[in-house]
Design a protein around this ligand. Structure first.
Ligand code: PEP
Length: 253
């Protein structure tokens, strides 16, 4: 099996001002255990990307963005281009359920975003996940796989290898209700299976799959053993330096 580097991504959402995030970064740098093998990424708001990337220069923590415009340039008031992010971030989250559900982003838009990110040599973190209703209707697998297939439809095998897929059941986001390791691992297996059927075995063994949804320091431990889960996407707990460092430590190999 191909070696896939573990990764923990913190999504700060719209929770911190620039001075607040500077304080959090300083605390995180001190708290982060040494000799961590996983990649660690924080995703501040756009307005904070530049100062966060300056603060994190020469540290083991990388910077990501929470979103990006699907177009490169032009009359798109209020949007942020991939060109503005280039050089400052390594990862860009696309299709987070809050973008899909609050801002109406379709799979088609997510697919354009994933494509634009990868073509500019950054890594898209493509989020997929079912709602509570869909889960209750036993539609989780169908929903997740159809979101993924549509969201990566412009990507070549090489490009999907550079992309990450985050399985984030919507019912587990910000609710304190963590999906069990067994259930998340099963879905990650289905995701890898879809990638295999679309791009072949070699590609499917390279793509990194993350779980996200109410992860804490203690629940992070249970995902450490998951065969198909290579990373964690963390919302609320990433705002607390000790908790986030505990997640990294408990998930790291
Ligand atoms: C998220 O929004 O991606 C997320 C995983 O949030 P939380 O950890 O707060 O559930």
């Amino acid at each position: 099996m191909k070696y896939r580097k573990k990764i923990v991504i913190g999504n700060w959402k719209m929770n911190l001002t620039v001075p607040e995030s500077t304080i959090l970064i300083q605390k995180l740098k001190k708290e982060m255990p040494a000799n961590i093998k996983s990649e660690v990424v924080v995703c501040p708001t756009f307005v904070d990307i530049y100062s966060a990337s300056e603060e994190l220069k020469n540290s083991q923590i990388l910077v990501g963005a929470q979103n990006v415009a699907e177009e490169e340039k032009g009359a798109y008031t209020g949007e942020v281009s991939v060109l503005s992010l280039k050089g400052f971030v390594d990862y860009i989250i696309v299709g987070h359920s809050e973008r899909r559900n609050i801002f109406g982003e379709s799979d088609k838009i997510v697919a354009k975003k994933a494509e634009i990110v990868v073509r500019h040599d950054m890594k898209p973190v493509i989020c997929v996940g079912e709602t509570l209703h869909e889960r209750e209707d036993k539609l989780s697998k169908v929903v997740v796989l159809s979101q993924l297939e549509a969201s990566c439809k412009h990507l070549t095998g090489e490009e999907i290898t550079e992309s990450l897929v985050a399985y984030e059941p919507v019912w587990a986001i910000g609710t304190g209700q963590v999906c069990s390791e067994a259930e998340a691992e099963k879905m990650a297996g289905h995701i890898r299976g879809l990638v295999k059927s679309l791009y072949g075995e070699k590609v499917s063994e390279s793509v990194r799959i993350l779980y996200g949804g109410s992860v804490t320091g203690s629940s992070a431990k249970s995902f450490k053993k998951s065969k198909n889960i290579d990373g964690l996407l963390v919302g609320g707990a990433s705002l607390h330096h000790q908790e986030f460092a505990a997640i990294v430590k408990n998930f790291d190999k």
